[in-house]
Design a protein around this ligand. Structure first.
Ligand SMILES: Cc1ncc(COP(=O)(O)O)c(C=O)c1O
Length: 417
């Protein structure tokens, strides 16, 4: 990335890894400008609406001029109290809303600033590979280093992490986890996994961040465990959650960090300097979501499960290797060799966009271990998903170009801008 700069930007920016979605995004943008009807399954950006009751509360609160003032950077107390009540209800975890809960401008902002609060030059974070890119970029932006450990089933992964933590000098400071995982949709069975994590963290004196963005996006009877359910978790780490996925409030920018009070105090300190808090009507509407929208959360998860079935089925028919996930809003699929035709997944994604008019995320953008895979975001309805895979199949198998330059038509779904 550094050679793109003519001005003297900071080292912080220069040491960011290359942004592997750049070419894909540019091509997508060019096609859209030509009115091509792109089916965009590239990003986990929900197309379904937030619950009506939440939108109504937002509008009502926005009419009150008192809510137009700067808010509180850590979040309104009532909001933090409702988050702690939600954790009590869902996970039987007690949290002090004053010291163990903080609101963030979506979990991405909170996560990034937490890395800045904890890490600096000379520090190291351990992150599984494949990874959600922010988990690596945030550490890089904080001036610290990342050690990637191959992700795998729980036991093997933790063994590899233990090995790295025991043998690396200086010792890593932070372990970053994410279950259900983006991009692989991997899940852990129960709290025992996190109990082992807590033991490891205690033994080795490291901190833990668990990104729980998809904690409520689970199906087939599976309920994802919270890291904070593990005994002693609050002594060593925090968990991030978001309103973006369960309530379809991605653009609203509302998330939370929960757990270790020292880590939360460090994040609150940084945020106190950087921001004045989330627009109060959004926070007030967030309270309504948490109090009244459990059925919406369940319905949304069911929607993802049905879409998953459609995509898993269709991709398997293309001879792609796919495990049916029980959480997250993604399908992580190993591309059939015959379709890769010697190219990497970044080139494959560009080809699919060009010839099938479908965007999928190339696995390589999620780390070296992502090569050979693509991630399909289940954001469109079943009909559009079927159409997308059909177009991919046609483009890859027969070399026949999918219909081009169709006028972008509204089909009952909006697309992210
Ligand atoms: C694993 C993971 N963490 C965090 C985020 C960011 O979510 P938010 O909208 O809360 O910033 C995403 C968004 O896709 C995600 O997949």
């Amino acid at each position: 990335m550094s050679d793109q700069w003519n001005i003297d930007v900071s080292q912080r920016i220069r040491r960011l890894p290359p942004y592997l979605f750049a070419r894909l995004n540019k091509l997508k943008y060019d096609k859209r400008r030509q009115n091509v009807d792109i089916i965009d399954l590239g990003m986990g950006n929900p197309l379904d609406p937030a619950p009506d009751i939440v939108i109504e509360k937002l509008c009502e609160a926005a009419h009150d001029p008192r809510n137009h003032r700067y808010s509180v950077s850590s979040g309104l107390f009532n909001l933090r109290r409702d988050v702690s009540q939600l954790y009590e209800r869902l996970y039987n975890v007690s949290l002090d809303p004053e010291t163990e809960v903080i609101a963030t401008i979506g979990s991405k902002e909170g996560f990034s600033h937490m890395c800045l609060a904890l890490m600096g030059p000379g520090d190291t974070a351990v992150v599984g590979d494949p990874y959600f890119p922010i988990h690596v970029y945030s550490v890089a932006l904080a001036g610290a280093n990342v050690i990637n450990v191959t992700l795998g089933n729980d036991e093997a992964f933790l063994e590899r992490v233990s090995h790295v933590v025991e043998h690396l000098y200086p010792k890593p400071k932070l372990l970053i986890l994410n279950y259900p995982h983006n991009p692989t949709a991997m899940t852990v069975d129960g709290v025992s996994f996190f109990e082992e994590v807590v033991d490891l963290a205690r033994r080795e004196g490291i901190l833990v961040i668990h990104d729980f963005a998809y904690g409520r996006t689970c199906f087939d009877g599976y309920g994802a465990p919270s890291f904070l359910q593990a005994r002693g978790a609050k002594d060593v780490g925090v968990e991030f959650i978001t309103m973006s996925k369960p309530y379809n409030m991605a653009g609203w920018r509302l998330g939370f960090c929960l757990g270790n009070r020292e880590m939360i105090r460090a994040l609150a300190t940084i945020k106190g300097y950087y921001d004045y808090g989330i627009f109060s009507p959004i926070q007030i509407a967030g309270i309504i979501a948490m109090r009244h929208c459990e059925p919406d959360v369940a319905r949304q998860a069911e929607l993802y499960a049905s879409r998953r079935d459609v995509v898993v089925d269709a991709l398997r028919r293309m001879d792609w290797q796919v495990e049916s996930p029980r959480g997250s809003m993604f399908v992580w699929a190993k591309v059939a060799q015959k379709h890769l035709a010697g190219e990497g997944t970044i080139d494959l994604s560009l080809r699919l966009l060009d010839e099938a008019e479908v965007v999928v995320a190339p696995g390589r953008a999620f780390g070296e271990n992502g090569e050979g895979f693509v991630r399909v975001a289940l954001v469109e309805n079943e009909q559009r998903l079927r159409q997308a895979v059909r177009q991919m199949d046609r483009a890859l198998n027969k070399g026949i170009k999918a219909p081009s330059a169709k006028k972008a038509k509204s089909k009952g779904t909006q697309r992210p801008s």
